[in-house]
Design a protein around this ligand. Sequence first.
Ligand SMILES: Cc1ncc(C[n+]2csc(CCOP(=O)(O)OP(=O)(O)O)c2C)c(N)n1
Ligand SMILES: [Mg+2]
Length: 310
Amino acid sequence: MSSVGIENLEKIKRRVRACDYITVAELFLRDNFLLERPLDFDDIKPRLLGHWGTCHGINVAYANLKSFYKDNPNFMFVLGPGHGFPALQANLFLDGDLLKVDPLATNDIDGLAYVCHNFSWPDGFPSHASPNTPGIIVEGGELGYALANSYGVALGHPEKTIAVLIGDGELETATALDSLNLKSLLGSKNNGTILPILHLNGYKISAPSIYARKSERELNELIRGFGFTPILIDGDEPEKFQEALMKDVPSPFYILKTEKGQGGPTAHQDAHQIPIKYPMNNYDDLDLLEKWLESYHFDELFDKEKGFML
Ligand SMILES: Cc1ncc(C[n+]2csc(CCOP(=O)(O)OP(=O)(O)O)c2C)c(N)n1
Ligand SMILES: [Mg+2]
């Protein structure tokens, strides 16, 4: 029997579904954000530019951490793979954090339309996390700095807990890999707690990541060598994630294993950026996108006037 309440687990799942839907809507849609009529070519952005593959894992991590740490002011989430901005933006919108700095991001259909239409759009939001993103300390685009920046923020702040999501491709950068040594240098009671989460989705752009090709034992030994205790979260079941967060071990290092592009129409190596190429002028692609969006049943999660129902 799980010690995590069923109600909480359901809430986490609904939140992930909502954020996955918004992520896909940001990437593809310029109109018809609630699918109130059949999708048309005119509803699709003419130029599709963004990254899907990393986003489901980000939504899973965000929802689980938010549920566990609630609104603890000393907790912080740092995202390494800033190309996953549509997922980050979906979460900031859902929590009302975007609204605090942007009065147009209201919790209703107008706010949803604003967030989705303007993602990766001229004079709108960029495609990657940027200095305009509320709460940002790591700009998207250049991988590798998330861990080092987080250790910097935690320096002299023992009250802080910072969860840092690192891509498995990102961990191949010299910066990210060597930042694991900061555990020996700065992992003291005078500084805050760093919780690294390796997002083991198997791939970097289209090639397999080195860490995903290591055996579980080999990867665990590597992590132990840096002074951390590896904790595998195999799959995106919130029950497993919550139980992992509850584990009382020194210096945990979570390994979140998901499928790259999970929930989308293509797997792994084809899921990195835009997994459906021509929904703006090809009926098969348009149909595929419509089915993908419908699979989240967003109408159960969002009301036009009242906003999120989670
Ligand atoms: C320092 C650096 N090198 C290369 C890139 C180009 N790049 C963008 S995304 C990406 C793949 C990242 O893979 P991973 O960290 O595994 O993220 P995910 O699989 O979740 O997309 C790469 C290499 C970059 N952004 N920064
Ligand atoms: Mg990866």
